[in-house]
Write a new protein. Structure first.
Length: 283
């Protein structure tokens, strides 16, 4: 069951008075408990209504009114979104909450509608399917995409190389023989027990995952990493370092979209595009 837990406004919250350090700490600990229990989805405090607006609907008319609003006991100063097993569970959690105001205050719990509540007016499930599609679209737009590179046994060497020449930062590295779970028998090529099972490193503003894979047969095709630098000197240094032991497909040169652009494949088989930003340069 999803519920919204609303902290009602009070004279002090509407006056914009900030919570004491003691209350801030206590609320922080309460939020930690909610997160630890796995029920908290989100939660925020709201600024006073003096910094808000209302839009009144009357037929086709829309009337905008700026705050403050006088009905303090009807206003909201903050909220949480919780996923609980029952309304009773939500009530027990609210009882544990520190008083969020310096004066007497109220916290209101309201349950969310679900599409099952609209079954009678949506008998064919068309609107439910539409809602589900929109939720999936929102979830996918919030998803994080990372490049995952497989180095056929040269992962550690490659990350150290990129660290030295491109300023990469190695964040994490786990070898197959360090795995908490045993690697299935026959999964690894002989001699790969000490190779990198999973690692991640940061290059520029991108976080990249990496692995040796399970054997030395992996090859890259139809894939490039694009690296945009700010000066010609830096572009040449990066290009020359990556070209050592690799293959230059297009030397650094001026193009219609970039003052300096080139393509190469480094000695680990990774394809790169090195460029300076231009008005129409790919970002």
């Amino acid at each position: 069951m999803k519920v919204m837990v609303m902290v009602k406004a009070s004279p002090s919250s509407e006056a914009g008075k900030m919570p004491s350090e003691e209350l801030l700490t206590a609320m922080g600990k309460f939020n930690e408990e909610l997160v630890g229990a796995g029920i908290m989805e989100s939660g925020d405090g709201l600024k006073p209504s003096s910094q808000g607006v209302r839009v009144r609907f009357s037929g086709n008319k829309r009337v905008v009114t700026t705050g403050p609003f006088t009905e303090t006991n009807e206003l909201i100063a903050g909220y949480w979104i919780w996923n609980v097993n029952s309304l009773e569970e939500a009530i027990e959690w609210v009882k544990k909450c520190p008083n969020p105001m310096e004066e007497d205050s109220d916290i209101e719990i309201r349950t969310f509608y679900t599409m099952e509540d609209f079954a009678e007016i949506d008998p064919d499930g068309k609107e439910a399917a539409h809602e589900d599609a929109m939720r999936h679209t929102i979830a996918m737009r919030k998803a994080k995409v990372n490049n995952y590179l497989f180095f056929s046994g040269r992962c550690e060497e490659a990350m150290n190389f990129y660290q030295q020449h491109l300023g990469a930062r190695i964040n994490f590295m786990l070898r197959f023989n360090e795995s908490p779970d045993p690697v299935p028998e026959g999964m690894l090529q002989a001699g790969f027990e000490n190779k990198i099972m999973h690692a991640d490193f940061t290059l520029g503003d991108a976080n990249i995952y990496a692995s040796d894979g399970c054997d030395d047969a992996t090859s890259f095709s139809g894939f490039s990493l694009s690296l945009t630098l700010q000066t010609a000197e830096d572009a040449h240094k990066a290009f020359n370092a990556l070209a050592e032991g690799g293959k230059v497909n297009m030397p650094l040169a001026k193009t219609f979209w970039s003052p300096l652009y080139g393509q190469l494949v480094d000695k680990f088989g990774i394809a790169w595009m090195i460029m300076l930003p231009g008005e129409d340069a790919p970002q």
